[in-house]
Design a protein around this ligand. Structure first.
Ligand code: ZN
Ligand code: FE
Length: 290
């Protein structure tokens, strides 16, 4: 992370629900209607998220990048105080503001991956693979996705088809392997890719435009990717977010989700390889050196 430069979170926070999100599928609207997601920029290029159960008005934050951005976004949306922070991993741009959020909203409980609880500190609920987390009547399943960090978790709202992935998957990218191995991260990506194509993916950073440049360099003949890169440029030119994305879109366009494709294998000189974790690792190294 670079030094924090404050963005106008207030002006740009937005609430997405089944009725307002253009990307939301029009088919299972009932389940999606039970949940609102508030997305707002924080720090340099992070997104902060809050979720609300429409039936009970219970609110939870996903990560705590910046207490001020969080408080402003909740106030401007007219949402109540959060009762919980769902932490994805121990990096400061995700948990650095937990204490400040708790000071501002006393009683907020911190839920965090068991394997990183000590690093994060002051954790109320330590969670791991398969655990359920409830926010009012909403229910998320915790999935462990090691790779970026060893204890990284994502929160999957299965009914609502939404997943908060922290720094595991990005639109057209994936997190750097600070702690884990390529095989570990590829297994984590596959956990996400097992979710339905219409699952909305909330990534914690707006990295998409630079990710697109890299993706085109390894998979230049992918028509879906080329079309998406043009859409991304248009969105960013208007200052619009490219998050959330969907599992289906990543499956078609994200080189880190396609180590089995001819295009990506060619791009990293591994055509015909059956070792997908190795191809994935080669894509990751190519990106690190891009
Ligand atoms: Zn991180
Ligand atoms: Fe991060």
């Amino acid at each position: 992370m670079r030094a924090a430069r404050r963005l106008p979170a207030r002006a740009r926070a937005r609430v997405a629900s089944a009725s307002t999100s253009a990307r939301a599928s029009r088919t299972s609207t009932r389940a999606r209607d039970a949940m609102d997601v508030l997305q707002f920029p924080a720090l340099e290029d992070n997104y902060g998220f809050a979720v609300r159960c429409r039936r009970t008005n219970a609110v939870a934050l996903v990560d705590a990048p910046d207490a001020r951005a969080i408080a402003d976004a909740l106030r401007d949306a007219g949402w109540g105080s959060p009762s919980m922070i769902l932490c994805t991993h121990h990096h400061w741009d995700h948990v650095g503001a937990c204490a400040a959020v708790r000071a501002r909203f006393p009683g907020t409980r911190v839920t965090a991956p068991r394997r990183e609880a000590e690093k994060i500190g002051d954790v109320d609920v330590a969670v791991g693979e398969g655990d359920a987390v409830t926010i009012g009547e909403l229910r998320a399943t915790v999935r462990e996705t090691p790779g970026h960090t060893l204890g990284h978790v994502v929160y999957h709202f299965e009914e609502e088809k939404k997943v908060f992935v922290g720094d595991t998957m990005f639109a057209l990218g994936c997190g750097r392997l600070f702690e884990g191995t390529p095989a570990m991260m590829w297994a984590s990506m596959q956990k996400l890719l097992a979710m339905s194509d219409d699952t909305l993916v909330y990534c914690a950073h707006e990295y998409t435009q630079s990710n697109a440049k890299f993706a085109l360099s390894v998979d230049p003949t992918n028509e879906a990717l080329r079309a998406r890169a043009r859409e991304i440029d248009a969105l960013r030119a208007k200052g619009e977010p490219t998050v959330p994305t969907t599992i289906g879109l990543e499956r078609l366009t994200n080189p880190f989700c396609r180590p089995d494709s001819e295009g990506v294998q060619k791009g990293v000189n591994m055509l015909g390889s059956s070792d997908l974790a190795a191809v994935f690792g080669a894509v990751r190294s190519a990106k690190d050196n891009f």
